[in-house]
Design a protein around this ligand. Structure first.
Ligand SMILES: Cc1cc2nc3c(=O)[nH]c(=O)nc-3n(C[C@H](O)[C@H](O)[C@H](O)COP(=O)(O)OP(=O)(O)OC[C@H]3O[C@@H](n4cnc5c(N)ncnc54)[C@H](O)[C@@H]3O)c2cc1C
Length: 481
């Protein structure tokens, strides 16, 4: 059930405050003023969706071409989607290099890896320059093996990354990985210093504030209901409209409902999370006090990190699949697998057994068949642009998405606009009902396979075959090159 909460400092509006992060970020904003669209306006570019994609795109356009007028409309509050509720794990796209190389070619794949790694520092620098305290910690990323089947999982990947001179991963000894991650369950693994964590909602609310300062008009509680195409494009909301030359649709999980031509390009699945109470002493005991991101090597990885206020979070994707890619109410509720997540937390860190969970939540994560995002133009109107499909890896990649969509919107002829990332979806899922049923069958096979592996038992042959069908939707591509 959707949790509707009333903000303390605002009398007359209701909004979805779903995640711990979002509530925390809104509490820190002294006076939240909601600007609703209730008139008819004109602008050069209208962006629909106030998440990272929408905000980074707007900021990039303003930076490149300050005279462009921009309006963002958001159906709820900026950050009420995935951008205000994700794990805040900054994970570059290097783990998808093998798949990307095969599908978009080595040049484009290298550019994406490099750009997503640069995004770690670009986001940090932007926050420093603009006084956004998003609690950024660049303490690296670890992919750990929790059983013998996952040992050495990155060897092919690293070989290819090295061949292309873009490798930043290093294999660590069992002792080192256990010391770094504070968990005896991890028996092997890889570390990259390029990555880390942040408070996701503080970042998005900070971007909103800076965008407004730069003259970008933002209207919240103003959903796009439809649009009309005349000489210009007219975006309609309940009480107003925006006439624009270009429309950028940055609505992430809601895109397939709005653009049926993209309905087979993604599959919507929950990512579920828990966050603990502050446990400074306990984290110090396991020496886990930095913002290191720790992931296991499952298809839908467990992701885990600590926060600057001494909490620990743990999340996992791949639980609830939405039929027909509709954003269902359960995506706005608490996690339905909270007790499973708590068990996972304790299995990694037995000393956290009695730790209280402050909050659980989930949200829709759109996985593409390729495992990486795509950008494109509406097939019937090249003045309408879209970009999504970050496949659970959007914190850094949305920054790159902003670079790509801004280039497309400004008609720049550059390496991005000419790349294969800008050709719309490159692979499709089957239509419904096959997609949903297939997803459930494969999800269950993946679960059985991973449970067997964690018991160090050989998974069933059939489950291995089924699980292979899903390898691309995970955060890492383990395929042979
Ligand atoms: C629980 C969870 C955990 C995650 N963890 C991580 C992580 O640790 N690391 C990582 O890299 N990635 C993670 N991700 C993915 C990442 O959060 C997303 O890829 C990223 O935030 C996408 O940003 P976006 O701007 O494209 O979409 P969103 O942030 O979802 O923004 C889209 C916006 O569009 C608005 N909208 C929708 N329809 C309309 C309409 N008709 N009119 C106006 N506005 C509309 C929505 O309200 C929303 O605010 C996670 C995702 C989830 C759900």
């Amino acid at each position: 059930m959707a949790q509707k909460n009333k903000l303390n400092n605002q009398k007359n509006f209701m909004t979805t405050i779903q995640s711990f992060w979002f509530a925390d970020a809104l509490k820190k904003e002294k006076n939240i003023k909601i600007n609703k669209l209730n008139k008819n306006l004109h602008t050069d570019i209208c962006i629909v969706g106030g998440g990272y994609t929408g905000l980074w795109t707007a900021l990039k356009i303003k930076e490149k071409n300050p005279s462009t007028s921009l309006i963002i409309i958001e159906k709820d509050l900026c950050g009420s989607g995935a951008s205000g509720r994700n794990g805040g794990c900054m994970i570059p796209q290097s783990t998808k290099f093998l798949a990307m190389k095969k599908i978009v070619g080595v040049k484009d794949a290298k550019r994406m890896v490099k750009a997503s790694e640069d995004a770690v520092y670009n986001i940090r620098d932007f926050c420093i320059q603009n006084n956004i305290d998003a609690k950024i910690k660049i303490d690296g990323v670890v992919y750990a093996a929790t059983n013998k089947f996952h040992e050495g999982a990155f060897e092919n990947l690293i070989e290819e990354l090295k061949k292309n001179k873009i490798n930043n991963w290093e294999r660590l000894s069992k002792e080192k990985i256990q010391e770094l991650t504070g968990s005896k369950r991890n028996i092997d693994g890889y570390h990259s210093a390029i990555g880390g964590s942040l408070q996701p909602a503080l970042l998005i609310r900070g971007l909103k504030k800076i965008a407004e300062k730069k003259g970008i008009k933002i209207f919240e509680h103003s959903a796009m209901l439809s649009y009309q195409e005349n000489k210009n494009i007219i975006v309609k909301t309940k009480n107003g409209s925006v006439e624009c030359k270009k429309l950028i649709v940055a609505i992430n999980a809601w895109t397939p409902s709005f653009f049926p031509f993209l309905s087979r390009s993604v599959i919507l699945v929950s990512s579920d999370m828990i966050i603990s109470e502050p446990i400074k002493d306990k984290l110090e005991n396991i020496r886990l006090t930095n913002g290191l991101v720790i992931l296991d090597s499952n298809l839908f990885t467990h992701y885990c990190r600590t926060t600057t206020d001494d909490r620990i979070i743990l999340g996992k994707g791949g639980n609830t699949f939405a039929f027909n890619n509709k954003v269902i109410p359960s995506f706005d509720g608490p996690s339905t697998i909270e007790s499973f997540l708590k068990k996972s937390l304790v299995s990694f860190f037995p000393s956290l057994k009695n730790v209280k969970i402050t909050k659980s939540w989930n949200g829709p994560s759109e996985r593409t068949k390729t495992g990486f995002p795509f950008f494109g133009y509406h097939p019937k109107n090249s003045n309408i642009l879209y970009g999504f499909g970050y496949s659970g890896n959007g914190v850094l990649t949305c920054y790159v998405g902003g670079e790509i969509l801004s280039s497309m919107a400004l008609n720049e002829q550059n390496d991005w606009t000419q790349s294969n990332f800008c050709k719309g979806p490159l692979k499709l899922f089957p239509p419904e009902p096959f997609r949903w049923f297939g997803a459930i069958i494969i999800r269950n096979a993946v679960r059985r396979k991973e449970r067997a592996e964690d018991r160090n038992q050989q998974p069933w042959w059939f489950d291995q075959k089924l699980a292979k069908l899903a390898t691309s939707v995970g955060r890492v591509d383990y395929s042979k090159n």
